[in-house]
Design a protein around this ligand. Sequence first.
Ligand code: FAD
Length: 458
Amino acid sequence: MSKDEIYDVIVVGAGVAGLYASYQLASMGWKVALVESKPASKIGDRVCGDAIGIHHFEELSLQVPSYVIDHRYKGVKIYSPSCKYNIVVPGEGVSINRLKFGQWLLSQALSKNVELFDQHVVLDVMLKDNNVTGIKVKRVNGETHIIKAKAFIDASGYKPAIRSKLPREWPISEKPYTTDYNIAYREVLKLDEPLEEVEYAEIYINVDIAPGGYWWLFPKSSSGEIINVGLGVINTGQYNPRVQYDKYLRNKFKGKVLNSGGGIVPTRRPLPTLVWRNVAVVGDAAYTVNPVHGGGIGSSLLSSHIVSKYMNSALEAGQVNEQTMWQANFDYMNAYGGKQASLDVLRMYMQKLSNDDYEWVMENKVVDGGSIYDLGVKGDLAEKITLAISLLIKLLGRPSLLNELRTVRNYMNKMRELYTTRYPSKPEELPAWMKTIDQLLLEYTYKIGFNRGNLVKW
Ligand SMILES: Cc1cc2nc3c(=O)[nH]c(=O)nc-3n(C[C@H](O)[C@H](O)[C@H](O)COP(=O)(O)OP(=O)(O)OC[C@H]3O[C@@H](n4cnc5c(N)ncnc54)[C@H](O)[C@@H]3O)c2cc1C
């Protein structure tokens, strides 16, 4: 296709979200351009913990080839700060090879005639009559030109290339706060001495090592030789995850570093809307990551699946805008966004807990693996947990903790309702709904004494 021709859809970013969205829309018969700053051979290469629950693939009927899978887990083991206690959370998962996974998704997209503009960086967005008409791209070490389309998908990750350049009045351009992000560092190592236990992905809670996050040890081979180890910290500007890694983890794991790097994870509720005018946003660009454990591969795929479906019908109807794609918000919020919103409330509270608090919770078996699994799946502080906590706290005498937990549960429920049953039925109602969310967050963060930091500049 010539550069002057108009595509049906331009997708920006060839991470999991953009690859899957472009594959889906091209499969539905649309002319899709995929714009990515990396060279094609590096698509998929990404700093990640590489772990994903297989239910994410199953729910989308995604037949991932076995060569993409490095290792399989029975579940996740969560350790207390002293490591004396642990909780096993059931649920089968895998460690994937991100490069191979990305290359496989790319081959799927190319087989449906997606046109790849690799080594192209998006510089700007062209607007006309309250719609996006094109994007200005620059080929790495090359010329600048404009690519046009009827509809656009921003899948460019935590620093969104399209939506950050849209008018402030468009709710899709909403800016995050600094603490809406965790910053992480991880290494993939070939160990001198292989691990003995490789059946579980391991998470270690310790606020000295990983303040506002956790550190992880994810085996990547059944021999126990290859591991993915890293940590994430809250983005307050106070902590550097690489420094924390060098201080606390480097000496624990001796071996050859196969890959290392840092990354940013948006750990918050989703964007208020995934669609506005002729633009949709998916994956990290739309904050689809689970706020508590930071997993975002599965929900990126899910958001792309949902958005593609409604962009397809909007294109068929010849009218791509928030009215014709609004149902995408309902589907996403009900499938995942509502849970994220309630877990965002819990995340802020958890970021304020001390090692002693975590130790106490785990020592007294306040939560078990099944409840954490439920919490992860449904996003509510299940009655079972609150009941157990109430009983224990009465017995062991921590009434202030009980009050705090009641507050957290209350706000988690309110937030989930706002993102599901009380989500605006039409775009016109969105501004008022957004004000309610802001108000609720203001109230909640004040109550628990959480400082959200500043609005991110971009
Ligand atoms: C350290 C770390 C550990 C993680 N561990 C896990 C884990 O174990 N399990 C899990 O499920 N999730 C994990 N995540 C989260 C997960 O990696 C992301 O949620 C997921 O990869 C997001 O995919 P995406 O396609 O939305 O964005 P990305 O993968 O960020 O893709 C965005 C793409 O857009 C391109 N791009 C950006 N700007 C431009 C531009 N201006 N022009 C052209 N192209 C552009 C980028 O090059 C990139 O290829 C982790 C994240 C980090 C940082």
